[in-house]
Design a protein around this ligand. Structure first.
Ligand SMILES: Nc1ncnc2c1ncn2[C@@H]1O[C@H](COP(=O)(O)OP(=O)(O)OP(=O)(O)O)[C@@H](O)[C@H]1O
Length: 243
């Protein structure tokens, strides 16, 4: 039986900042439904890799192919790295979700307004966007907190709002950079559970940078990066080679 095409395929990624070689030839494929933890020492290139996979940055060399439906191409996929800035922004807004360490919620907006924002930016009218956002907040255990602003939420609650915002447009992949890095270990474990349930628990895909082994252990796959290269990939052990 033919396997479906991987959701993301990166080939030969290189990226330098001046004389710093942040990525030095990275190949990586991600299948739909995986939860991939990216670990490695500080400065090894994890964030650069995630930003290139998600179209925030473009590589100096190499390519990223995304096969998510609805990417507007006829051959069943999109070369992310060849899109212009505007097209990459559209792809990120409509097909990808993001959770960052400090949530990046807008403090002047309420929780439900923060979550509704990506939908409204894509043209969904405010009442429908806020109604959908409220459902996501409830799914993440934040019923009754819709009208709170950032200053009225705990760190864990704020990250749940950020997770709701990342999911509200139903992205194919959620990219998370140290999503629980600012939380204590008990809160971290429950927020991570919410992130996993709401992504891979619904058949979606999660790619996450983490320094925390306990966090990585809850993912289906561990990719280790050092000096801008992938030095270990737990998927390689089951497929007989680095994919
Ligand atoms: N905008 C930039 N300008 C110059 N150098 C950069 C820039 N961004 C990253 N770098 C350098 O590229 C290398 C890889 O950085 P990157 O942020 O990808 O690493 P990381 O593994 O995510 O690190 P950390 O775990 O500390 O967040 C580092 O040497 C870093 O100093």
């Amino acid at each position: 039986m033919n396997r479906p095409a991987p959701l993301l395929t990166a080939r030969g990624l290189r990226k330098s900042y001046g004389t710093t070689h942040a990525l030095d030839g990275v190949d990586l494929t991600v299948e739909a439904g995986e939860s991939v933890a990216i670990m490695g020492p500080s400065g090894s290139g994890k964030t650069t890799l995630m930003h290139i996979l998600s179209g925030i940055l473009t590589p100096d060399a190499g390519s990223v192919h995304f096969t998510g439906a609805g990417t507007g191409s006829t051959n069943g996929g999109t070369e992310v790295s060849s899109l212009n800035e505007e097209a990459r922004a559209k792809l990120r807004r409509e097909r990808l979700g993001f959770v960052f360490q400090d949530g990046l919620l807008l403090p002047e907006l309420t929780a439900v307004e923060n979550v509704a924002l990506p939908l409204m930016l894509s043209g969904v009218p405010r009442p429908a966007a806020e109604s959908h956002a409220a459902q996501w907040l409830a799914a993440l255990g934040l019923e009754g907190m819709q009208t709170r602003r950032l200053g009225e939420l705990s760190g864990g609650q704020a990250q749940r709002v950020a997770i709701a915002r990342a999911q509200v447009a139903d992205p194919h992949v959620v990219f998370a950079d140290e999503p629980t890095g600012a939380l204590d270990s008990a809160t971290s474990a429950s927020v991570l559970g919410a992130l996993l349930d709401s992504t891979v628990g619904r058949g979606r895909t999660l790619v996450m940078v983490t320094h925390d082994q306990a966090t990585a252990d809850r993912c289906s796959r561990l990719v280790r990066v050092a000096d801008g290269r992938i030095v270990a990939d737990s998927a390689a052990a089951t497929t007989g080679g680095v994919r």
